[in-house]
Design a protein around this ligand. Structure first.
Ligand SMILES: NC(=O)c1ccc[n+]([C@@H]2O[C@H](COP(=O)([O-])OP(=O)(O)OC[C@H]3O[C@@H](n4cnc5c(N)ncnc54)[C@H](OP(=O)(O)O)[C@@H]3O)[C@@H](O)[C@H]2O)c1
Length: 303
């Protein structure tokens, strides 16, 4: 005969929120997986996924082997439909309550040097990877009439940034996809939320594909673009040095969204709508935004 304790344990197991996160080898995905798997109340069962399981040591070191019952690591490449389905099929609970689409890559440099392959890769990971992942887990959420979908968005998905045309295009597209889905999915009690990040201290800048000054590819670029690119890189470094948030700050915002009974569609990790986005909204013809950003990024006082 089972004891009251057994009952409370089994009901606790059933009550655990099952979370699947993409891109957990580093950065935001890793920190979120560690935080949720370490929850003192053991509220979550976390499936931390990554495309290359050889990178799992970093995550395992962070959780220090303490979370056997709250953490599982699965292989999942968001550009490979079979790998997404295999990960879904390995979820023991046969359901995902909270899906976090976080995997993403950057691409920086003058548009003229970007190859079709490199542009496609960014769109495949950031846009199509996110959509394929959502698509795979959506039927289960619809059948159960509940679910949460959280997507790591970027302020670069809300306003354009020079030398980031393809990255911004991919993140703008994610905004459109999520907003469209959110309208429909509220009829299924499925909440979609975008966690809009500005600069965050992660491996993102190291991992992104970036044209470096001196690269042979940049020799084909005119000198004015090159000089503006150099200024942009300095601006970018200074922004990351002075204003980047830590992943813990981002994780807190994810937790706010996860714990909210009625989550917002859009969360700004800085806590307020960033001034450049406010400017875009208040001056819809766009010229003030373009002039302000151009001055901010390229003005000689910056140097
Ligand atoms: N850091 C920032 O300043 C910033 C700002 C705004 C938004 N974001 C967004 O935040 C998200 C996370 O980035 P991060 O800052 O944490 O950078 P990160 O440390 O570079 O993490 C990116 C993660 O995405 C994974 N990934 C890349 N391609 C993948 C694929 N095909 N399938 C599965 N996973 C893949 C990476 O895995 P590998 O290790 O295998 O490459 C890594 O785990 C991204 O969506 C990014 O656009 C970041």
């Amino acid at each position: 005969m089972s004891s009251p304790l057994d009952h409370s344990c089994s009901s606790l197991m059933e009550d655990k929120k099952v979370v699947l996160i993409t891109g957990c080898s580093s950065g935001i995905g890793l920190s979120l997986a560690v935080r949720l798997a370490s929850d003192p109340d053991k509220t979550f069962k976390v499936y931390a996924t990554m495309r290359n399981l050889e990178k799992k040591e970093r995550l395992l070191e962070c959780v220090k082997g303490l979370h056997r019952d709250t953490l599982d690591i699965l292989q999942m490449d968001v550009t490979n439909q079979k790998s997404i389905q295999d990960a879904r099929d390995r979820v023991v609970e046969k359901r995902i309550d909270i899906l976090v689409c976080n995997a993403g890559v950057g691409l920086m440099g003058p548009l003229e040097v970007q190859t079709l392959d490199s542009m496609q890769r960014i769109l495949e990971v950031n846009l199509l990877g996110t959509m394929q992942t959502i698509k795979t887990f959506l039927p289960g959420m619809k059948t159960r009439g509940q679910g949460r979908i959280l997507v790591t968005g970027s302020t670069g998905g809300l306003h354009g940034l020079p030398f980031n045309e393809v990255y911004c295009a991919s993140k703008f597209a994610v905004e459109g996809a999520c907003e469209s889905l959110a309208v429909l999915l509220q009829h299924f009690n499925i909440h979609v939320s975008l966690i809009e990040c500005g600069p965050v201290n992660t491996d993102f800048l190291v991992n992104l594909q970036r044209a470096e000054i001196g690269d042979a590819s940049l020799q084909q670029v005119d000198s004015q673009t090159l000089s503006l690119y150099e200024r942009y890189l300095q601006h970018c470094n200074s922004v990351f040095q002075n204003a980047a948030q830590d992943t813990e700050d981002i994780v807190k915002v994810f937790l706010d969204a996860i714990m909210s009974v009625n989550p917002a569609f859009r969360y700004f990790t800085s806590g307020v709508m960033p001034p450049l986005i406010r400017l875009k909204v208040s001056e819809p013809d766009g010229l003030q935004y373009i002039n302000t950003l151009s001055q901010t990024v390229f003005s000689s006082e910056e140097q």
